[in-house]
Design a protein around this ligand. Structure first.
Ligand code: PMP
Length: 338
């Protein structure tokens, strides 16, 4: 790695990670609860995936797997593509993103705004799995192609082990707390596996609860069933890096309930986050039901609400009897360990 690139990585590291840990104080089914959530919107391109893109590119430059002439080619449902596009633009690498054609228009335009190329993939062309196969074909045909391979690359988990998980330990530590459980919606599984493994270095009993949409339970069934509105999670298959045997049970959350939770975080607390963050808040409450409402449960708010303004995030829904949000009062939000 030359000196110019080394300096660029040092600069990028100042723009990625080190996010606030939020304590969301609430009442759920009449019981006081606090959910701890990393506020991942506050990064270079606005999502948790900046950590992964930066980590994978640094490792790739260090090992010689990538250099200034590499073309970064990735299959993604959105945030990863946006992150690689931003990091690629910073480093000077061309980026080509394969993405299912039913993802929000904001995702498509954001990727283009960073100068990356976008290749939409229809359901007929194979959706998510088709996208991955197309990137592999390109890599076979062109030695300049660098494939981050987020669904199978362990560096995805290590990025969270080294950064997100480590930050949570320090931030909770300032309150004298250690995590009893982590909950995270699964796209690649990098977040839950990386954070979870790191938290277990201080509390070996820390529970790992991967989260899936109730209306598309890929993790509990092993294959895609139904459709859902929680963009970024449950991409139709169980990724290679997602190790269910290291986990303590799957949490399933309704997608409309998740939208309502995300809307309420924004309206009632000024925390404007995406739909998977709403799901993660509810998932953390469900984890509290399983292991005790007074336990220290952490999750992530993976991105902000701006990428969802053209989606059902902006629709109004009836709060049904069975929804968790019916029993939820948001009381306030604090930052932890700053
Ligand atoms: N939420 C959002 C909004 C995402 O973009 C992603 C990543 N696809 C996730 C959650 C899931 O994260 P991971 O891939 O680490 O499982």
């Amino acid at each position: 790695m030359n000196e110019i690139i080394r300096k660029k990585f040092t600069e990028l590291e100042r723009l990625v990670g080190n996010t606030p840990l939020l304590a969301i104080d609430c009442e759920y089914k009449g019981e006081k609860r606090t959910v701890y959530a990393k506020f991942e919107a506050l990064q270079l391109s606005g999502s948790i995936k900046d950590r992964v893109a930066l980590y994978i590119m640094r490792r790739a430059y260090e090992s010689g797997a990538a250099d200034e002439n590499s073309v970064i080619v990735e299959a993604t449902s959105g945030n990863t593509g946006i992150s690689f596009s931003a990091v690629g633009a910073y480093l000077g690498n061309h980026v080509r993103i394969f993405m299912p054609d039913w993802m929000s228009i904001e995702r498509v335009n954001l990727i283009k705004s960073y100068g990356a190329e976008i290749c939409p993939v229809s359901r007929e062309q194979g959706g998510f799995l088709g996208s991955i196969a197309m990137t592999e074909q390109l890599a076979n045909d062109d030695p300049k192609v660098f494939l981050p391979g987020q669904f199978s690359n362990e560096d995805n988990c290590t990025a969270h082990y080294e950064t997100t998980g480590a930050e949570i330990i320090v931030q909770l530590g300032k309150l004298g707390l250690t995590a009893d459980a982590v909950v995270a919606g699964v796209g690649t599984g990098g977040t839950i596996m990386g954070i979870g493994r790191r938290l277990r270095t201080v509390n070996p009993d820390c529970k790992l609860f991967p989260l899936e949409p109730l209306n598309s339970p890929t993790l509990s069934t092993g294959y895609k069933v139904g459709s859902h509105r929680i963009q970024g999670i449950s991409d139709e298959f169980i990724p290679q890096i997602m190790k269910l045997d290291e986990c303590d049970g799957v949490v399933s959350i309704d997608d409309i309930d998740s939208i309502i939770a995300a809307q309420r975080l924004s309206r009632e607390l000024g925390i404007g986050v995406g739909i998977s963050s709403g799901a993660n808040l509810l998932g953390a409450l469900e984890a509290g039901d399983r292991i005790g409402g007074d336990k220290t449960i952490v999750t992530v708010f993976a991105d902000d609400n701006k990428k969802y303004l053209s989606t059902d995030y902006c629709s109004e829904f009836e709060v049904r009897e069975e929804y968790m949000t019916r029993h939820l009062k948001l009381l306030g939000v604090r930052t932890v360990g700053m």
